[in-house]
Design a protein. Structure first.
Length: 133
């Protein structure tokens, strides 16, 4: 089963996709948020293009396991995304995904590689979800 993974930031949405067997996640691209709905419609289009059967969204839990301060925004975004696609959407723990992604991205400065970092964070989130299944 092919799955799309998302790292939903305020300015960018990192997107990753699994292989057709649902075993390995790879960074796909970054969607710049040019308005809340526009970015989500683009993500829904990417899911369709990739042949995804499900979408996994990183949820920012705090280190103690409680919902992080960004959780309400993510949940509101997911509600809007659900209106753009009929695919099932699940949440995955994204704690420390950006830190793990830093190890995947050769960095000459965070700003320069921000897009690669967001897509890599999405791949880390998705891979963690795939491994747990």
């Amino acid at each position: 089963m092919r799955v799309l993974g998302l790292d939903m930031g305020e300015r960018f949405i990192g997107v990753a996709v699994s292989d057709s067997n649902g075993r390995m996640a790879v960074p796909l691209e970054v969607v710049e948020r040019r308005g809340r709905l526009a970015g989500l419609a683009e993500v829904a289009g990417l899911a369709e293009e990739a042949g995804a059967e499900m979408i996994v969204v990183g949820m920012p839990f705090s280190l103690d396991g409680s919902m992080g301060p960004q959780a309400d925004r993510i949940q509101a975004d997911v509600a809007l995304l659900a209106k753009e696609t009929s695919l099932p959407i699940e949440y995955a723990d994204e704690r420390l995904s950006s830190r793990a992604a830093l190890g995947l991205v050769a960095h000459k400065g965070r700003r320069r590689n921000k897009g690669r970092l967001d897509a890599s964070a999405a791949a880390v989130i998705l891979q963690s979800w795939l491994d747990a299944r």
